[in-house]
Design a protein around this ligand. Sequence first.
Ligand code: K1U
Ligand code: ZN
Length: 147
Amino acid sequence: MPLLKIIHHPDKRLRKIAKPVTKTNKKITKITNNMFETMYFHSGIGLAATQVNIQKQIIVIDISHNQTQKIVLINPKILTKNGEISMQEGCLSIPNKYGLVTRAKEIKICALNKYGKYFEIKTNNLLSICIQHEIDHLVGKLFIDYL
Ligand code: K1U
Ligand code: ZN
């Protein structure tokens, strides 16, 4: 499977607003598979389609240490936020830059999974931070905007 090219700040394409996915089909499956491969290759824990110049609301995440907890979020929305947590964040689109960002500690989100099935989950800590970081990418926002 091909690796996708990650675009780097200050490329203006990182500021584009991603469009909702209207149908989950083989093309979307191929995109998510290629995004996982690209994310793992670069040792990331998340990747948004915007970062590989695909303007669709697709996110892949895996915060495990052994590539066993693949999460696909299509058309994700944050429903509730609670508390605060700060973490030194990085971004595959901003190599070698890190910064302390404060985000909600716990979030409840809804999204479609890779089969197009609607689901809701409540998450906290690293997964919550990563989801918020990736959802920001879909609306053209970068962690450096908070610094
Ligand atoms: O969106 C991206 O550019 C991926 C980014 C996700 C992310 C990292 C840290 C906090 C929030 C979101 C990365 O994966 S950068 C790699 C990295 O810094 C990291 C890797 C493993 C654990 C923690 C951070
Ligand atoms: Zn990022």
